[in-house]
Design a protein around this ligand. Structure first.
Ligand SMILES: Cc1cc2nc3c(=O)[nH]c(=O)nc-3n(C[C@H](O)[C@H](O)[C@H](O)COP(=O)(O)O)c2cc1C
Length: 379
């Protein structure tokens, strides 16, 4: 039987996010990550050898800087072919692709996912998103739907994808968005009961309902570093999933990491890359898009979190020494968090520091078991 690492016994799971594009930071510093294949493989192999559970590739068809096709926000490798390739140079981490509903027909997605699941020996997972970047979806001739309607569409889309993964008999499907005649897809994914894990990062009330009803991993943007408020935010998802849908979900967050030998050096570096050298035009365009199209945070928070956006797409910043970072992660875990997707300005340098210093601390605190790369399956 296949055991996807997302369901291993580590109390706090870890992943990397966004190495098929620029990662999360919106900065002009020269060391900022660039999505060459060499960089992507190097980073993925680092994460894989350290026993990280997740490598998540995002979906972006067009950048959010109008009239700037070469801006870093739009230079993003296709997440499906990316995760297929990454699965061939790793052997432990789960590889994730991301899809919107309007960009791929469920028949195409079901088969692509099954193929990557087979190629990766059952290490694939799917991130499903409603979408917010209007110009990218307009390229498909599919105007961005009203916010909550995007999730209705996604719900029907996912229902068909899951039927195609599970059902051997052909089926007809008549919905509001799709009609499928004698639908089938072969071969099936390796992962069956449970099937390919689903991730969803909806932050609005409708997005949260969708995630709690359909996803295995829900994402929360933590708003403070205070145990009680983190716990409240996390419990909201877990309790809602259980009471409304009788489901147990994992709750993850995403966080840029700024780790240095002293807290002061980390704060100085954060100011350097995310304030002095912030890509302000990019932060403005991104914030405007989120404000218009999502309900992830209030207009006041969108202004207040500007440094967080420049540092890494709004995630709560893990800042300071290795010890500071381990303390914050331990607090998140105490608050009930199951996992964190991490980003760095310079992934190669960052993951090296993190796995060297923070990871052993997390192991000593029993948040993770020491990972023995040599004894894992397939090594
Ligand atoms: C970890 C994470 C990954 C995301 N990946 C994508 C992505 O690949 N493509 C995309 O268009 N949106 C992505 N989003 C945006 C969300 O899907 C969603 O639109 C946003 O969190 C706002 O929530 P809402 O749609 O419920 O208002 C991501 C968000 C998070 C937190």
């Amino acid at each position: 039987m296949i055991q996807n690492p997302l369901f291993n016994s580590n109390k706090l799971k870890l992943g990397i996010f966004g190495t098929n594009g620029k990662g999360g930071a919106q900065t002009l510093v020269p060391e900022a990550y660039k999505p060459t294949w060499e960089n992507a493989v190097h980073t993925a192999q680092f994460a894989d050898r350290a026993g990280f559970e997740a490598i998540v590739a995002y979906a972006r068809w067009k950048g959010y800087m109008r009239g700037r096709p070469e801006h870093a926000s739009g230079i993003v490798l296709d997440p499906f072919t990316f995760s297929a390739g990454i699965s061939q140079v790793t052997s432990y981490s789960t590889v994730f692709a991301t899809s919107h509903a309007p960009s791929f027909h469920p028949l195409a997605v079901a088969k692509q996912c099954a193929t990557i699941d087979i190629m990766s020996k059952g290490r694939f997972a799917l991130n499903v998103v409603g979408g917010w970047n209007k110009p990218e979806l307009e390229m498909f001739g599919a105007p961005l739907k009203e916010h909550d309607k995007r999730y209705d569409h996604l719900e029907e889309w996912l229902k068909i994808v899951k039927k195609l993964w599970a059902e051997v008999e052909e089926f007809d499907f008549e919905g509001d968005f799709y009609q499928v005649k004698e639908g089938m897809s072969m071969p099936k994914p390796l992962q069956q009961s449970p099937s390919i894990p689903i991730m969803s990062a909806g932050g609005s009330p409708r997005g949260r309902r969708f995630a709690c009803e359909h996803a295995d991993m829900c994402f929360v943007m933590l708003r403070s570093d205070d145990l009680a408020s983190c716990k409240k935010q996390i419990d909201e998802y877990k309790d809602y999933a259980m009471t409304e849908f009788g489901r147990k979900v994992q709750v993850w967050t995403y966080a840029p990491v700024v780790q240095r030998e002293t807290r002061k050096a980390a704060e100085d570096y954060l100011r350097y890359f995310a304030v002095d050298k912030a890509d302000n035009e990019s932060v403005d365009a991104w914030t405007a898009g989120l404000r218009e199209q999502t309900q992830i945070m209030s207009k006041e928070e969108l202004l207040e979190f500007r440094t967080r956006f420049a540092a890494g797409a709004g995630g709560s910043i893990l800042l300071g020494t290795a010890d500071d970072i381990a303390n914050t992660l331990e607090m998140y875990s105490e608050a009930g968090l199951d996992g964190a997707l991490l980003t760095w300005v310079d992934f190669a340098d960052g993951i090296n520091r993190f796995t060297g210093d923070v990871l052993p601390m997390l192991e000593r605190r029993n948040l993770r078991r020491p990972f023995d790369a040599a004894s894992r399956p397939g090594a």
